[in-house]
Write a protein that binds this ligand. Structure first.
Ligand code: ATP
Length: 234
């Protein structure tokens, strides 16, 4: 079963054509990784799925539903959450207030909250502290927690490990592994080791086009391909 199918997506930002032909299929369950160099079009792809940019051509199918042309709020109501690179948290509000604002009803499902506390114990510890005072890793945990406080079918996450210390990256990988048992994750990453430890299937985008699709295991074995597509030398 596929969670999401992009077919020939083209997106223009102002005068610039950014996505020329983006086609890939995200299977249901687990982590799908979209890799690519800086400026390749990864963020634009996530924003195009979420309706934050409207693709001018192509199709974005979520199950039987065509997302292209839908409003972001309607897309979110289908059970899709987006964790942007800037995390989108409210720094002046407490962790608890940030979480309340991410719920539909303003109430927590206690079981789900306990699950989140287990995933990210720091959020419980700093529950009544201002989000702006959290460390970079804790802010990222809060951003992810906001995305999963309601049950979701698909979570789009943009470069969650950027600027984080290795120990925090490991903790994040562990949490993502557990989240992906309940929800499909579409992950955009530059940290190849992190991506490789989580991803089952993957695609590489270059200059607004998908230039490679396949299993992460096969890609991880192919040094020549990694070097060619991502300039990875290890
Ligand atoms: N608001 C904008 N206006 C004009 N061009 C933009 C805008 N946003 C992105 N672009 C351009 O679109 C291209 C793709 O950007 P995008 O942010 O999707 O890349 P990315 O793969 O996510 O890169 P990064 O890893 O640096 O975040 C880049 O050339 C970028 O300069």
């Amino acid at each position: 079963m596929s969670a999401l199918v992009l077919d020939g997506v083209q997106t223009r930002i102002g005068r610039y054509s950014v996505l020329h032909d983006v086609s890939f299929t995200v299977p249901e369950g687990g982590v799908f990784v979209l890799l690519g160099r800086n400026g390749a079009g990864k963020t634009t792809t996530l924003r195009s799925i979420m309706g934050l940019w409207q693709p001018e051509a192509g199709s974005v199918k979520f199950g039987a539903t065509e997302l292209r042309g839908m409003h972001t709020s309607a897309i979110a109501r289908l059970g899709i959450a987006f964790v942007p690179e800037d995390m989108g948290i409210f720094r002046g509000l407490t962790v608890a207030e940030n979480m309340v604002l991410a719920t539909e009803s303003g109430r927590f499902d206690q079981k789900r909250l306990d699950w989140i506390y287990d995933l990210f114990p720091a959020l419980k510890k700093f529950w009544h502290s201002a989000a702006g005072g959290l460390s970079g890793g804790q802010k990222q945990m809060l951003a992810v927690a906001r995305a999963i406080i309601e049950p979701r079918k698909l979570i789009l996450i943009d470069e969650p490990t950027k600027g984080l210390a290795p120990a925090i990256v490991d903790a994040m990988a562990e949490a993502f592994r557990e989240i992906s048992e309940r929800t499909t994750i579409l992950l955009v990453e530059q940290n190849f080791e992190f991506a490789r430890s989580l991803g089952r299937d993957m695609a590489v985008i270059e200059d607004g086009r998908i230039v490679h699709r396949g299993s992460m295991d096969a890609f991880a074995e192919d040094r020549e391909l990694q070097t060619r597509l991502l300039s990875l030398s290890v």
